[in-house]
Design a protein. Structure first.
Lengths: 115, 114
């Protein structure tokens, strides 16, 4: 199994530019999660999907952030326009179901730097 | 609001020393508890998880954890660390019997000196 795949691994962009982060969950997993990791705030859940449907987006910082999951094997997190404070590592994770005992499997992350 | 807190931000110790990392959560109901490890430059990996049974239990790589419900704590231990245990360790909690959102602690960076 390839695990959760994220691309790109590193992204450097300038303030005001649009950024799109991509995630491919583990095949057969029905839940997909987007997290952000910063020194100041640690790991925060941004949004999660069940069967491609967004269930809880209460962690999305503001309207500049949007996430989609057009099919079971692909999700995007978009920031438009990007700002320096968006610099962070963004992780995608997936799990087989929504049971509270299920393990979430994390991808390698995308390190975003906004200049 | 529910929260998860880890007592130490940084821990430095020598090889063969014992390690104990504290984690507390603030939630009075059912919880499922996880410890994740993030080695330098790598993604988070599950170290162990607990949802029922013996409150003192073992995970992978020689780690063990103890769940003390009365103290709302879930501490991670390793009797003898190795240099390869240098990593950041995250405690995480899912709240409620049907919870599927992980709430993470702030992490503890552990540096093991050879």
């Amino acid at each position: 199994d390839a695990g959760v795949i994220q691309s790109p691994r590193h992204e450097v962009t300038e303030m005001g530019q649009e950024v799109t982060l991509r995630c491919k969950p583990i095949s057969g997993h029905d839940y997909l999660f987007w997290y952000r990791q910063t020194m100041m705030r640690g790991l925060e859940l941004l949004i999660y999907f069940n069967n491609n449907v967004p269930i809880d987006d209460s962690g999305m910082p503001e309207d500049r952030f949007s996430a989609k999951m057009p099919n079971a094997s692909f999700s995007t997190l978009k920031i438009q326009p990007s700002e320096p404070r968006d610099s962070a590592v963004y992780f995608c994770a997936s799990s087989t179901s929504g049971r509270s005992t299920d393990t979430q499997y994390f991808g390698p992350g995308t390190r975003l730097t906004v200049l | 609001a529910q929260s998860v807190s880890q007592h130490n931000h940084h821990v430095i110790l020598s090889e063969a020393a014992s390690l104990e990392l504290g984690c507390n959560y603030s939630y009075g109901g059912t919880v499922n508890l996880f410890w994740y490890v993030q080695y330098p430059g790598q993604h988070l990996q599950l170290l162990l998880k607990y949802f029922s049974g013996d409150p003192l239990f073992k995970g992978i790589k020689g780690f063990e954890a103890e769940f003390i419900k009365s103290k709302f704590s879930f501490n991670l231990r390793k009797p003898s660390v190795q240099w390869s245990d240098t990593a950041e360790y995250f405690c995480a909690v899912k709240l409620g019997a049907a919870g599927n959102k992980l709430t993470f602690g702030g992490g503890t960076r552990v540096l093991v000196k050879p």
